[in-house]
Design a protein around this ligand. Structure first.
Ligand SMILES: Cc1cc2nc3c(=O)[nH]c(=O)nc-3n(C[C@H](O)[C@H](O)[C@H](O)COP(=O)(O)O)c2cc1C
Length: 249
């Protein structure tokens, strides 16, 4: 299969970087569909005779709902196989890989390889610090090499039934803007995967932190104590190095 179709959902860009590194290492041409933004998630996608490379983050041990809904509702495949690269912030990937395996199976697409890659945690750069590193990229190169002959289905680690989906906190919260620091460049609104910032609607916010990371003036920050509680737990319990993993046939 020489057609490579990349599909990514990647609010802070790490999943996309990992999957692009696999695609480039194959030295084959590829097409890219980034469905992080709402507009792109409204467009159908048809893939035929393709190797589909999926890149997405783990959210609460699962595939982000916006991404799984997009794949379920908008992706149609004929004679395809898939490889999944799930990135996670050094806590755990739990059931995200088996969830994507099942979702693809429902579409008749076998999962012929996958990776659980450790990256920096979106909430704090002290967890998953300096990841992905050289060892992680070597693993991604190994995945790229294996794609040449990837025909058999793989069965990644994870449990069924899956871990319960992350329930966003109620009342909801979103990043708070310090207006004196803001130069109105609007990059924060541009990267928001749900339009929450534009609409100033905290119910839309998925806490991906893309807006916080893109702001060079540090004008946005989470101020909710629940967020700080999560960060504190991550920094206390999740700093020990986890190894990225490959699942190959
Ligand atoms: C809402 C949310 C939930 C997350 N849940 C997990 C998790 O369950 N386990 C984990 O190790 N990392 C978790 N992370 C960290 C991300 O999976 C990680 O930082 C990922 O590489 C971000 O990908 P991106 O740069 O493509 O957005 C979570 C991040 C966010 C924003």
């Amino acid at each position: 299969m020489n057609n490579i179709s990349i599909i990514t959902f990647s609010p802070t860009g790490q999943s996309k970087a990992c999957v692009l590194s696999v695609a480039r290492a194959t030295k084959k041409p590829y097409t890219e569909r980034d469905v992080t933004q709402p507009l792109m998630r409204s467009q159908p996608l048809y893939c035929e005779d393709s190797l589909i490379l999926l890149g997405f983050p783990v959210y609460g041990g699962r595939v982000p709902t916006l991404f799984s809904a997009y794949l379920k509702d908008h992706l149609t495949c004929k004679n395809c196989k898939a490889v999944a690269v799930a990135t996670y912030g050094n806590r755990a990937y739990d059931d995200a890989l088996v969830e994507i395996e099942d979702l693809l199976m429902e579409k008749g697409v076998p999962l012929v390889g996958c990776a659980a890659m450790v990256c920096q945690h979106s909430y704090t750069d002290k967890v998953g610090e300096h990841r992905p590193d050289i060892l992680d990229f070597q693993l991604l190169d190994q995945l790229a090499v294996s794609l040449e002959h990837a025909d058999d289905a793989v069965h990644p680690a994870g449990n069924r039934p899956y871990k319960k989906s992350m329930v966003l906190a109620t009342p909801s919260y979103m990043p708070v803007l310090t207006e004196s620091l803001c130069n109105q460049c609007m990059q924060c609104a541009d990267v928001c995967p749900t339009g929450a910032l534009q609409a100033k609607d905290s119910n839309l916010c998925i806490h991906c932190c893309a807006c916080i990371k893109v702001c060079t003036h540090k004008a946005l920050r989470m101020e909710d104590p629940r967020f700080f509680g999560t960060v504190q737990n991550l920094e206390t319990f999740c700093r020990e190095r986890q190894n990225s993993e490959l699942f190959l046939a």
